[in-house]
Write a protein that binds this ligand. Structure first.
Ligand code: ZN
Length: 175
């Protein structure tokens, strides 16, 4: 779903204010997910989320540096130019609770990263400011790497479950 308002992000300071909020929010969510996975005895996935949290914080630092020459506008949550009230990387976080299992947590993260990437891509293609387009494109590339990484994790998980199922039940129904 495209948010037409994203195209209105014209100025560098407005873009950076959005990106900063997005990355901080996202890092916070990943820390929560990491804790949840630790509770569920999923240390590898917990480590993955800690890594994604660290990357979000790194991004936020970068954004702060880029914004050091700018007066970043204070934007009220309802004025943020994306569709989810909490920002693209923290979509539907009300679903992410301590009952979330490993596969759900990975799926959640995938949609999170996909939306962040789409947000940056939209800004990269629609902003009227060339510098904003360039930086947004770089950030979209990083988020795309996160998307691919999570897809690999999910595929590995599915493979593992598949082979367990195949061991239990020899394939007598083709397809
Ligand atoms: Zn990311």
């Amino acid at each position: 779903m495209n948010d037409p308002q994203v195209g209105d992000i014209a100025s560098m300071s407005e873009f950076l204010a959005h990106a900063l909020e997005l990355e901080l929010e996202s890092a916070e969510r990943y820390r929560e997910l990491a804790e949840s996975m630790e509770v569920h005895n999923n240390p590898e996935v917990a480590a993955l989320f800690r890594e994604l949290a660290a990357e979000g914080e790194q991004h936020a630092q970068q954004v702060k540096q880029l914004g050091s020459g700018h007066e970043l506008p204070k934007i009220a949550p309802w004025d943020f130019k994306w569709t989810s009230p909490e920002g693209p990387e923290s979509l539907a976080m009300s679903d992410a609770n301590y009952l979330m299992n490993r596969q759900q947590a990975l799926q959640f993260s995938l949609s999170n990263e996909s939306r962040a990437r789409d947000f940056y891509r939209q800004v990269a293609s629609m902003s009227t400011d060339a510098d904003v387009r360039r930086i947004a494109a770089e950030m979209a590339t990083t988020e795309d790497e996160h998307v691919n990484m999570l897809r690999q994790w999910i595929a590995q998980d599915v493979d593992t479950q598949q082979s367990i199922l195949e061991d239990l039940d020899p394939p007598n129904t083709p397809e």
